[in-house]
Design a binder for this molecule. Structure first.
Ligand code: 9MR
Length: 359
């Protein structure tokens, strides 16, 4: 059974949310698949209706990554991204651009993988990359993930292609270079597990302190928040947000999802892995979503709230149901089911946004 099937009943869920984003003064976002990708909104009026009703900000799940926008040294392709931007604008949504620099093997353009050059040459091609893209989107996007996932699980900088060529300098250079061509957009450093992994968080705060000392103009930290029902605790999450808040940096939850099974640790509930989204599990997930959003509101002052974005619209579209996790049962992570029906999780987010008790 996959996330498309569910045992909970819409009638008993009491989700009944009329317009999620109206409940917050900050952006309430969602990531979307585009064009030929599976679960693209472009082919689905039902999905479009959900997007238009409930979200105020959009992030492209893929099409604004490096290899899509900059496939060859002198070739930039903005066709899809511009169409996506048009969809956002036509529907009164802001856009969060993801992401200017990311080490992921799938997303680094082939020409960069093969590029031979010294540190100065690498910093120069990355500067051109960052500034060409940030210039194109300047005035059109509210915020950008400038660098994604540059820190290791367990701490220290990730030994990515970019790190091998430039050390950690590429990170702050990207922020400085983006700011030089876009004075308005919020500029984020974005990563996963920084809310959970103490050593990873220490590397992050060390990096942020260095930025401060050198006046590197980062606006905030994107906490991806691919989390679980049982991990990490709300107090651990709040403490991590505080690290950014204490440094007067914005906090943006950029990729929130909460599967009911945790493939990395024993099943969420004792016994076998949950193979059905029972009403009890759906309600537990509602509570968890609420607590996370409430922790965000309670910990991050209004002027530092960059927003909350979920990583996908419907359960079966989630990256967690993709090949990578196919056999791992990281199921039902999002706010709508495969038929775009509201899950209790949506009510949980709504309650969290409105400061209601999490039940
Ligand atoms: O959800 C995205 C999936 O469709 C892509 O195949 C994958 C590789 O580009 O990236 C996924 O999104 C990732 C995001 O860009 C960065 N943080 C982790 C996300 C989930 O893997």
């Amino acid at each position: 059974m996959t996330g498309a099937d569910s045992g909970w009943s819409e009638k008993t869920s009491g989700a009944d949310v009329s317009k999620l984003s109206k409940l917050a003064k900050f952006p309430v976002g969602v990531s979307l698949a585009y064009g030929n990708e599976a679960f693209s909104y472009t082919n689905s009026p039902a999905q479009q209706a959900v997007i238009k009703t409930h979200f105020s900000q959009l992030t492209a799940g893929n099409i604004m990554k490096m290899s899509y926008l900059h496939p060859a040294p002198d070739t930039y392709n903005f066709t899809q991204a511009d169409d996506f931007l048009k969809f956002a604008r036509d529907n009164g949504k802001t856009l969060h651009a993801h992401t200017l620099i990311w080490h992921s093997d799938y997303q680094v353009p082939a020409f960069m993988k093969n590029y031979q050059g010294d540190k100065a040459a690498w910093l120069a091609i990355l500067k051109t990359h960052v500034q060409t893209i940030a210039t194109h989107f300047s005035g059109k996007v509210a915020s950008l993930d400038v660098v994604n996932e540059a820190i290791n699980d367990g701490g220290g900088y990730r030994n990515s292609l970019f790190y091998q060529k430039t050390g950690a300098d590429y990170i702050e250079q990207a922020v400085i270079n983006a700011r030089a061509v876009d004075q308005k957009a919020d500029l984020y450093y974005n990563d996963y597990n920084i809310e959970a992994d103490a050593a990873k968080l220490r590397t992050l705060t060390g990096m942020l302190d260095g930025f401060k000392a050198r006046s590197v103009p980062v606006t905030g930290v994107g906490f991806q928040m691919h989390i679980y029902m049982d991990y990490p605790s709300v107090s651990t999450i709040s403490a991590a947000f505080k690290q950014a808040v204490e440094r007067k940096l914005k906090v943006k939850i950029t990729e929130l999802d909460i599967p009911v099974n945790n493939p990395f640790s024993p099943p969420y509930q004792a016994g076998d892995i949950q193979r059905e989204l029972t009403p009890a599990l759906a309600l537990a997930q509602k509570k968890r979503y609420c607590e996370v959003v409430k922790a965000y509101r309670d910990t991050v002052p209004a002027n530092l709230r960059g927003g909350v974005t979920v990583w996908g619209v419907s359960d079966p579209s989630s990256w967690l149901i993709s090949d990578l996790f196919k056999n791992a049962h990281a199921d039902w992570p999002l706010l709508f089911d495969g038929a775009y029906r509201q899950k209790p999780a949506l009510r949980g987010v709504a309650d969290g946004l409105s400061g209601k008790p999490c039940i």
